[in-house]
Write a protein that binds this ligand. Structure first.
Ligand code: ATP
Ligand code: MG
Length: 339
């Protein structure tokens, strides 16, 4: 019965939760990149376009990731995709050539990582101070970047929640895929799904609506409703504040989510079962200990990087965050304390 009482307390948000609105919004505002960063990014992109175009006149350059999905905090690196209109089977060669071109134009720290999971060239531009990764033909990432950006336009609370969650994850060291924790992309999907699940819902399920945008990339059909200007009022009957949402998000991942059976799916706007996806057992290195379905590559579980050690770290961090938001006198400081 003590456990029941504890659980009950966890379900009821602290009564002074509204006091957290202003400090959480202040943190959010500080994380938003200032306008001059955008100008610098465009300056670097223009330079890269000029260099690439000379060598590969038919190729295009696209921004993706946090510099283009509207979930980028100040001073992020930028992610660029070099897109050819054809399949490329000699990516390494192209990346090495690209690295040469960049070096001879005085870009710094140029490195071709031809054996990485996503092969790429890294560089730093001494003029703008921006670091940049360039990969080849990663069109699905360009398309999922657009999806995230479109979701962000529907309700301002998504960006607020996701910035706070990303900031928490970086501060607490749980945004490191090479250590078995989750990518920023996975955290944003968790936030979108969470807002799709609120009642009344704060976000719709764009892939469940009439198709107004559709592309096929690597045999994957990517289709959804992208006229999001028409959905500006979608979440307006839900009056929850950023403070309540941050509290409820961590409470959900700490005490509400059914890790044994559930998959979160932005594609359907629902929770689906692991059994339905055949994600119930370990296959190769995919353990499916926390399941986050990619909206387009539906066989892809973004939680697959999580192993039996890092799942404990993650869940303990969710519990820590939930408990701090519930009981700590100064949660907006404690929540982000370095680990
Ligand atoms: P950060 O601010 O931390 O750099 P980010 O949004 O750039 O955040 P990353 O996790 O670095 O996030 O990923 C960059 C982009 O690459 C994502 O926005 C997404 O488009 C794509 N991406 C990353 N991981 C995956 C993945 N596992 N599957 C599909 N696309 C991915
Ligand atoms: Mg990035």
């Amino acid at each position: 019965s003590q456990r029941l009482r504890m659980l009950k307390r966890q379900m009821e948000c602290r009564s002074d939760i509204h006091r957290l609105i202003a400090p959480l919004l202040a943190i959010y505002e500080l994380l938003i990149p200032p306008e001059e960063e955008r100008a610098k990014q465009n300056q670097l992109l223009a330079l890269l376009e000029k260099l690439v175009c000379k060598e590969w006149p038919k190729a295009g350059l696209y921004l993706y990731g946090s510099c283009a999905n509207s979930f980028g905090v100040s001073k992020s690196d930028i992610d660029v995709c070099l897109a050819f209109n054809e399949d490329i089977n000699n990516k390494s060669e192209i990346l090495l050539k690209l690295a040469d071109i960049l070096r001879s134009d005085n870009l710094q720290n140029v490195q071709a990582l031809t054996r990485a999971r996503v092969p790429l060239v890294k560089l730093m531009d001494p003029v703008t101070g921006i670091s940049c990764d360039i990969c080849i033909n990663n069109i699905l990432a360009v398309v999922n970047t657009k999806l995230l950006k479109d979701y962000a336009k529907i309700d301002a609370r998504l960006r607020q929640l996701a910035f706070i969650v990303k900031h928490w994850a970086k501060s607490r060291g749980v945004n490191e895929t090479y250590q078995g924790t989750l990518s920023s992309y996975a955290y944003v999907l968790m936030c979108i799904h969470f807002l799709q699940q609120r009642r009344p819902a704060i976000l719709p399920c764009l892939q469940g609506m009439e198709t107004t945008y559709s592309v096929t990339v690597d045999d994957v059909e990517c289709a959804y409703f992208d006229q999001v200007e028409k959905l500006r009022d979608f979440g307006s009957s839900n009056k929850e504040t950023v403070a309540q949402l941050v509290w409820a998000f961590f409470n959900y991942w700490a005490y509400g989510h059914d890790y044994a059976n559930s998959v979160i799916s932005v594609r359907t706007g629902r929770i689906i079962s692991k059994r339905e996806k055949d994600w119930t057992r370990r296959i190769g290195n995919d353990r499916h200990l926390i399941c986050i379905e990619d909206p387009f590559e539906t066989s892809h579980d973004l939680g697959r990087v999580v192993d039996k050690f890092s799942i404990r770290v993650l869940r303990e961090e969710f519990e820590r965050a939930a408990d701090i938001l519930q009981y700590d006198p100064n949660p907006c400081v404690t929540l982000f304390e370095p680990y």
